[in-house]
Write a protein that binds this ligand. Structure first.
Ligand code: C5J
Length: 226
């Protein structure tokens, strides 16, 4: 095990059995004209997470460890998008409406793609999810179990929505989870702070938290192993 300096106490990372999870780093959330912007958000607030995620991806790839990307998106016929989700609120564009990057949050459209800076490498898992959590309607738990993955490191956007929902689902399924503080972002800085606090409070009730520097220095202190 590799010891990572974390809160509320040290995290033990299992080499080769810890997947790096990159949640929804899609053009629809990060770039102007997408779903995030249609809800009135300043998408530039998410950009600070990109370099730390890229550094973690490089570290995982160098070790041949598992990487899992998710995309929040729906089938073109919207059969997996509950009306209660599509009709929520008063956005400028709704899920499935045509926008500058294609139809919003629809699989196969440009906006549903992961941003080029964090594009999945060949062999990395890409999970399309219709919900906020990565386990709902994806079959992911069975795949992770079959691959022997026991630990998950969470990154991506947004901290308090899809990242936190996925981490809570993972915690309930028995995965040992850590969220990387600077590799996740929110349109609402106060929600990010609160989500990180909620996750790690009460003795890591949902999981651990640590900056990417702590994860990367712990990896550097250990020989590269596959
Ligand atoms: C949202 C997400 N915020 N990926 N999705 O609707 O967090």
């Amino acid at each position: 095990m590799i010891a990572v300096g974390a809160q509320p106490f040290g995290y033990e990372l299992s080499p080769g059995h810890t997947a790096l999870v990159v949640i929804d780093m899609q053009r629809d959330f990060v770039e102007p004209g997408g779903f995030g912007a249609s809800l009135g958000n300043d998408v530039s607030l998410l950009h600070t997470a990109i370099p730390p995620i890229a550094a973690l991806l490089a570290a995982w790839r160098a070790r041949g460890w598992p990487v899992l990307h998710t995309r929040e998106c729906h089938r073109p016929d919207l059969s997996d998008c509950p009306p209660a989700k599509r009709e929520r609120g008063d956005p400028t564009l709704r899920i499935g409406d045509p926008g500058p990057m294609g139809r919003l949050l629809i699989a196969g459209e440009a906006g549903a793609d992961i941003i080029p800076a964090l594009a999945p490498a060949p062999g990395e898992w890409v999970i399309d999810k219709p919900g906020k959590g990565m386990f709902w309607a994806t079959g992911l738990h069975e795949r992770l179990q079959a691959a022997g993955i026991t630990h998950l490191l969470f990154t991506g956007v947004t901290t308090e929505v899809c990242v936190q929902t996925s981490m809570r689902e993972a915690n309930d399924r028995g995965y040992v989870c850590l969220i990387v503080e600077d590799a996740t972002e929110s349109y609402f800085p106060e929600f990010k702070r609160a989500a990180l606090d909620m996750i790690s409070a009460q003795g890591a009730i949902v999981g651990w938290r640590a900056p990417s520097s702590a994860v990367l220095s712990a990896l550097d202190a250990n020989a590269v192993s596959r």
